[in-house]
Design a protein around this ligand. Sequence first.
Ligand code: HAM
Length: 427
Amino acid sequence: MTKFQIPKGTFDILPYGAEEPWQLSSLWSYAEDVIRCTALEYGYREIRTPIYEQTELFNRGAGESSDIVMKEMFTFEDKGGRSMSLRPEGTSAVMRAFVENNLSQLRPVHKLFYIAPMFRYDRPQAGRYRQHHQFGVEAIGVSNPAQDAEVIDLLCETYRRLGLKDLTVELNSVGDVPSRIAFKEALQNYLRPHFQELSPDSQTRFEKNPLRILDSKDPKDREILKNAPSILESLSESAKAHFDELRLLLDECSIAYHINDRIVRGLDYYNKTVFEVTAKIAGAQNALGGGGRYDGLIGSFDGPDLPGVGFGTGIERILQTMVSQNIPLPQEMRPLAYIIPFGDEAKAPCFKLATACRHQKIPAEIDLQSKKIQNGLQNAIKLSAKICVIIGSEELKKGVAQIKYLESRHQEEIPLDGLISFLKEQL
Ligand code: HAM
């Protein structure tokens, strides 16, 4: 018979037995709790959209010349002959939902967040998967640079609350339309003499989207780009004012950043602010998160002409960085009481006790399998239970339970009718 295997570039998140500590479900739920709580405190509200959408949505949103759309989409035809794609990123999907549900009618400002799986048919490697999970936010309706600063601060604060250290915020502006027209010309003029030496991808992008060449990972391209002009020199007056004000706000809030005029991001919808946060960890993909402003995107989806700014950060990369930076990981939930019935007649009273514990919010486990007390005790140790409650026919006759503290090995008898109150005190 065929032994099935997990699809390449994906992984299981397990309660125990995970190959890597970042694949433990206790860590995922802890990080998701911290993320959710931080986003809610900053005024963001959760949005959930389907994991697949019409392919055209991503072509128009992320952009036909982006790697994500050109090379990495999981695209399929549904039974009705429509082209659908698994969501490679969240922003386009959220904008579709925003427009379709007429949310703009309800409030002037919308602050939305999501924690959701994304799908990119990429070459799997450390920190790069075909299914990854993103915490993303989208703030819609405010063009003031303070909104960009808030989004960057939320990203940094989330990382801080999770204990991450040694992070760098890299900041750039890709300007508005006039800035990009001016820069496109300056960049093409610079690259034209090197055209034949550029990688095939960059040659394709030369006419259509030369800015994307700045993002090339090809070593030859990178060498050529070393002396390329800076986009910051082509910023229009209003784009420059936006960038300067954002920097001032970040400075005032002591949010450290580096200007990196080579950051253009891999998606086509950005304008003005773009940023990435990187972590110093050896041998892994180091972009923890990134985002920027996308004024005009909602309009391009036939929605109202509202500005927007947001980010996405990979949860896998966050957890891997936590592990590599030796940040104390949350403990797995452990039972307070591990109840061992000794002999058949104790089984029903013990089950009743376990049920009563659970109804009183006392984490309790019952051993329904072991034939010997010793085996039961070993199971309790495996689960890191605090106390073993042992009840046999003798105990039932006397109306007591044997209590064994697993750490100190101290043992005592507790009357059955006071057992729940006793256990509650141990919580
Ligand atoms: P992105 O930079 O393409 O932006 O992805 C955001 C983050 O997702 C990356 O920084 C990285 O941590 C994680 N990530 C991306 N691809 C993978 C992968 N194959 N494996 C593991 N992690 C990955 C966006 O997707 C934008 N929608 C962000 C945004 C929201 N901009 C504005 N609003």
